[in-house]
Design a protein around this ligand. Structure first.
Ligand code: 0PR
Length: 381
């Protein structure tokens, strides 16, 4: 650290210069992120609650009441107004907390979980952190093969996991079948809807054909739903919801913070993200989110239709488009796109260029990208 501090003007000037090196969502160049620019009203809310800590709820009745309401609204969105839960740092911590509870319920010894091969890498982290074994079920196309899950179930299985909106393709696992399987085998079923949680309910409102994935299915024990993805909230905001309080196990005494217990992995928790999420949900309402999803899906269609003129496009289920570039070196396509200023991403199986059509992408951005992608593909050896 420097010995003597510098003036506010100097420090902020330097800071703004650094920030110029970050790619902005507004540039329309970020194609592979599940995050987006957070609206001004959420920034305001964030600032108001900036120094509140939900880890010590005795000090922040206001922030705590916002979290309770957000959890109620999310529960309502996901078919269970009585769900309980927390706003955590993101989908990783939400998935982790769910697996902690599943492990506790099972009784700890040699616990195993079964996730689809398409599951987010947070489950690989969970394997390391919790010391549980993560078995990977085969896919049937882009979604989990339920028979493969069935074959992996044994006496050590403490949870099965389905994904509603996979990271790579936005695919939705057959959660109704996983729910039946969970009920038949008395197993914990966790649904990772980190991305899809703020998309699928609105797709249903818009009459898209999408499978059920929420607490309306009796076998679903918990759901991850992230405000900082399609909820438009600032980082860090990941949501975990449990069907009821019986799922909360193994709380830790917090002797010098009131007389309470904590169940969440993190101890100090931001009230700011919660306030921003509350504000967005209050300000946009179901109608506002529905409109945002509708616009993203229109742009998704624009991109998918445009790209299918010169490449093969995997039919999008939600606002994730995967474009197969036949007979070309995909890493070279990415390199060329990068040279043109595009921050794209790729999928593994099948290998595709992946675009998450987030709200920061406009029709203009999509058309520009289509023009560049077409020329890159046509001009490659
Ligand atoms: N579950 C699913 C289905 C996810 O897609 C993700 C993250 C997580 C859990 C973990 O969530 P957190 O990252 O909030 O802990 N999916 C994105 C991905 O890996 C995260 C991301 C976002 C990566 C923006 C890059 C980026 O620029 O693609």
């Amino acid at each position: 650290m420097i010995k003597k501090g510098m003036s506010r003007e100097f420090v902020i000037k330097e800071l703004l210069k650094r920030h110029e090196q970050d790619v902005s969502y507004e540039s329309g160049r970020i194609l592979g992120s599940m995050l987006t620019s957070t609206p001004p009203i959420a920034r305001e809310a964030y600032n108001i609650f900036l120094d509140t800590n939900l880890g010590d709820p005795d000090l922040c009745d206001g922030a705590k009441s916002l979290e309770n309401e957000v959890i109620g609204w999310l529960g309502n969105l996901l078919g269970n107004p009585d769900a309980i839960g927390y706003i955590l740092t993101g989908g990783t911590e939400a998935n982790l907390m769910a697996m902690v509870m599943a492990k506790k319920i099972h009784g700890d010894k040699n616990a195993e979980i079964i996730v689809p091969k398409s599951a987010h890498f947070s489950f690989d982290k969970i394997e390391v952190i919790l010391g549980i074994k993560v078995l990977k079920a085969n896919l049937n196309g882009l979604v989990v093969d339920v028979d493969s899950v069935k074959r992996l179930i044994n006496e050590h299985t403490c949870a099965i996991v389905g994904v509603a909106g996979t990271t790579e393709f936005g695919a939705i696992d057959p959660i109704p079948e996983l729910s039946d399987l969970a009920l038949d085998n008395n197993l914990y079923l966790h649904v990772d809807a980190a991305f899809g949680g703020f998309v699928i309910p609105f797709l249903k409102d818009l009459n898209y054909e999408v499978p059920d994935f929420d607490f309306g299915l009796k076998g679903v024990s918990s759901i991850t739903i992230d405000p900082h993805k399609m909820g438009l909230a600032p980082i860090p905001a990941g949501g975990i919801l449990f069907r009821d309080e019986t799922y909360l196990r193994g709380g830790v005494d917090t002797p010098y913070i009131g007389l309470g217990k904590q169940f969440t992995p993190s101890s100090t928790r931001s009230g700011a993200s919660v306030a921003a999420t509350w504000t967005l949900m209050r300000h946009l309402g179901r109608e506002g989110y529905r409109k945002i999803v509708h616009r993203c899906m229109e742009h998704t269609r624009l991109l998918a239709d445009g790209a299918s003129e010169f490449a093969e496009v995997i039919p999008p289920v939600m606002n994730v488009v995967a474009i197969k570039i036949r007979d070309k070196d995909l890493s070279l396509v990415v390199k060329r796109l990068e040279e043109l200023g595009w921050k794209s991403s790729v999928t593994r199986k099948p290998p595709c260029i992946r675009v998450v059509v987030m709200p920061h992408l406009t029709e203009h951005h999509i058309n520009e990208f289509l023009r560049d992608l077409r020329s890159v593909v046509l001009n490659l050896e």
